[in-house]
Design a binder for this molecule. Structure first.
Ligand code: G3P
Ligand code: CA
Length: 230
């Protein structure tokens, strides 16, 4: 069962920062999950919200600032908003990277960056998985490069996610963990998809997901996953 650190290791470090990703790797994750938005000058920036208000000392929309301006704002513990390529360089293939597209506009740029790392740095497609609640963005990724592994995110409807996953030949379906039970988890898997629920933080819920035999768990506390293996 894969251990995937949500926004790095959000339970232990400022989310979506290089410190958080390094912490997740220290905790021996199989993969990290992160979120991307575009800056005003078209850079892929790793941040969850569409504004910088909650996580930095600034205010405003991510896409209203250039990369340089965004990196002048501070996040707790001396962190800055990372670019996606800086995260790739930090991770350096020590675990896979689940890139969640937070807007349609990020899709083609994320594909181009993945292709660059595969072409120039000999990374593999298995080093990446691209997910989104914006299924148009996933369709775009699949259209531009069908080899890129995709996970379909859903917080409402597993059947719709299953139908869409078949259309784009996704690798995984990543549901809100509260949607899952043993039967529907099995159904998704029998249709050929891996299942990575989020965001599973309580030990009791982690155990429940393990009893459903999910393929991986996305957690703010990825170290809890191995403690509760059975
Ligand atoms: O990738 C799963 C999960 O991260 C989706 O929710 O709001 O944490 O991006 P959110
Ligand atoms: Ca996310």
């Amino acid at each position: 069962m894969l251990k995937i650190g949500h926004r790095g290791a959000r339970g232990y470090a400022a989310e979506n920062t290089l410190s958080s990703f390094e912490k997740a790797i220290d905790l021996k994750v199989d993969g990290i999950e992160l979120d991307v938005h575009l800056s005003a000058d078209g850079e892929l920036m790793v941040i969850h919200d569409e504004t910088i208000d909650r996580t930095t000392n600034g205010k405003g929309l991510v896409n209203s600032f250039t990369k340089a301006e965004l990196q002048n704002f501070s996040i707790e513990d001396n962190n800055k908003i990372p670019t996606l390529s800086s995260v790739f360089d930090l991770v350096d293939r020590r675990c896979f990277i689940n890139i969640e597209l937070k807007s349609f506009e990020t899709a083609a740029k994320v594909v181009a960056l993945i292709e660059k790392y595969i072409r120039e740095k000999h990374w593999k497609y298995t080093d990446f998985i691209v997910s989104s609640f914006d299924w148009d963005a996933l369709e775009e990724v699949n259209f531009v490069n069908p080899e890129i592994p995709i996970a379909v995110l859903t917080e409402t409807d597993l059947d719709k996610a299953l139908a869409f996953a078949k259309i784009i030949q996704a690798k995984a379906i990543n549901p809100d963990f509260q949607l899952l039970n043993i039967e529907n988890t099995k159904k998704l898997q029998e249709n050929g998809f891996e299942v990575y629920p989020w965001t599973v933080n309580e030990t009791a819920d982690i155990k429940k997901m393990q009893s459903f035999n999910v393929n991986g768990i996305i957690s703010d506390f990825p170290d809890k996953i191995s403690f509760s293996n059975h």
